[in-house]
Design a protein around this ligand. Structure first.
Ligand code: NAD
Length: 374
């Protein structure tokens, strides 16, 4: 992990920061470090953290390629089993909704924190986004919060970066046509990230239940990516002509894509934990991959995969680290249902925080002013 600002502010905090830097270089100092930490706690004056709004994060302008590399690094750590990431607990305050807690520690990068993210598909009625929430990044040395940040952009880019990493290893080399079903936030970011890793991408077919949404998507994404984007209402024809198929809709009551529409060599991505795909597609493709098998099984126990779980080819981390192959033939049909992992959020959040500190972006807030509680 890069040397990040420690959550203690004021004179004692900066001394402590210097001390930690030195003690990292000389492990024999551990005992002295412990004593020093005790003194710091006693002398504590103030603990602060950096608040980063969505707009603060957008202003950092972190390149998409960098996000893909960070997410690939996190997946590799997952593949080497160097992460602590308990399955997401959550509350479900209305039908079809969730607020999930997603804690994680990436041991090799030594970054940790938690995302508290909500998914409310009916939020459009209130002029609010479906996905929203906060992420807390903690100092792994002291547990102190370093930063509290909006998690909407993080969720959008890390999810789409996972799709990009999947495509890097599982898409056909000459893939050129992509169908996107669901022209919302994920539909957009996934197309942008896929363009980073699919060099021959030439056309995107986009569908959405809202005609206006698919038209606007076509305008925006064709300009952004400088490729042909065609709004379509006949998804069967579009999918039958596509090398990549992505579903990014809301939670569906009925699946929409059967196996018979999938051409040889296709790579499919379902962001709704299987719900957009008929059971025959999920069970009938040549390879099924996911980011985390435990979480996939957990989601299955809560209603996803109603026709049963497929045989797992491998987790993405195993593919990225070479323990399992990705695509092995140009006729294989591969399906990825990536559930979304907290390590992806925390790895990207650490980069966001590092850049914010570098550029002096964000608002410094106080957590506590003094040690005494009464
Ligand atoms: N796996 C992950 O890690 C992960 C992360 C974030 C979001 N998601 C999921 O991705 C999906 C999309 O999220 P989002 O933030 O882009 O939502 P969004 O509300 O921005 O977009 C969803 C779009 O899908 C359209 N839609 C709904 N039902 C449809 C249907 N039957 N056919 C075609 N279009 C339809 C809506 O009109 C909307 O434009 C959600 O299901 C969300 O839970 C998954």
């Amino acid at each position: 992990m890069p040397q990040l600002k420690i959550g203690l502010c004021g004179q004692e905090g900066s001394l402590k920061e210097k001390f930690y830097a030195k003690s990292k270089a000389a492990e024999s100092c551990t005992k002295i470090a412990k004593k020093y930490t005790e003194r710091c706690v006693n002398f504590m004056k103030k603990v602060g953290f950096t608040y980063l709004s969505q707009e603060d994060i957008l202003n950092l302008d972190i390149p998409y390629k960098e996000i893909i590399d960070i997410v690939e690094g996190a997946l590799a750590e997952h593949g080497r089993k160097k992460v602590e990431m308990p399955p997401k607990p959550g509350v479900h305050t209305r039908p079809m909704t969730f607020i999930h807690a997603m804690p994680a520690w990436l041991q090799e990068q030594d970054v940790c924190g938690i995302k508290w993210v909500s998914g409310y598909p009916e939020n459009y009625k209130y002029d609010l986004p479906q996905i929203a929430g906060l992420l807390i990044l903690n100092d792994p040395e002291t547990g102190m919060p370093l930063s509290v940040m909006d998690c909407r952009w993080l969720t959008a880019v890390r999810t789409s970066a996972v799709t990009a990493v999947t495509a890097k290893y599982c898409a056909a080399k000459n893939a050129s046509a992509l169908t996107v079903i669901g022209a919302g936030v994920q539909g957009r970011f996934n197309a942008i990230m896929l363009k980073e890793v699919v060099p021959n991408l030439k056309v995107i077919y986009v569908s959405d239940i809202k005609e206006e949404a698919r038209k606007k998507y076509a305008e925006d994404i064709s300009t952004k990516l400088d490729i042909e984007v065609m709004p379509v209402s006949n998804i069967e024809e579009a999918i039958k002509n596509s090398d990549l198929v992505l579903t990014a809709t809301q939670r569906l009551s009925q699946p929409i894509v059967p196996l018979s529409w999938l051409k040889p060599g296709v790579c499919c991505f379902g962001l709704e934990a299987s719900r957009a795909w008929h059971g025959d597609a999920i069970l009938g493709v040549d390879k099924f991959v996911t980011d985390d098998w435990e979480q996939t099984k957990y989601f299955a126990s809560h209603g996803a995969f109603p026709d049963g779980l497929p045989t797992l080819h491998g987790e993405l981390g195993e593919i990225v680290t070479g323990q399992k192959p990705g695509r092995e033939s140009n006729r294989e049909r591969i399906m990825a249902i990536n559930i979304g992992m907290a390590i992806e959020d925390i790895a990207v959040a650490a980069k966001v925080y590092e850049k914010a500190v570098e550029k002096g972006v964000g608002t410094e807030l106080s957590l506590m002013e003094q040690e005494a509680l009464f």
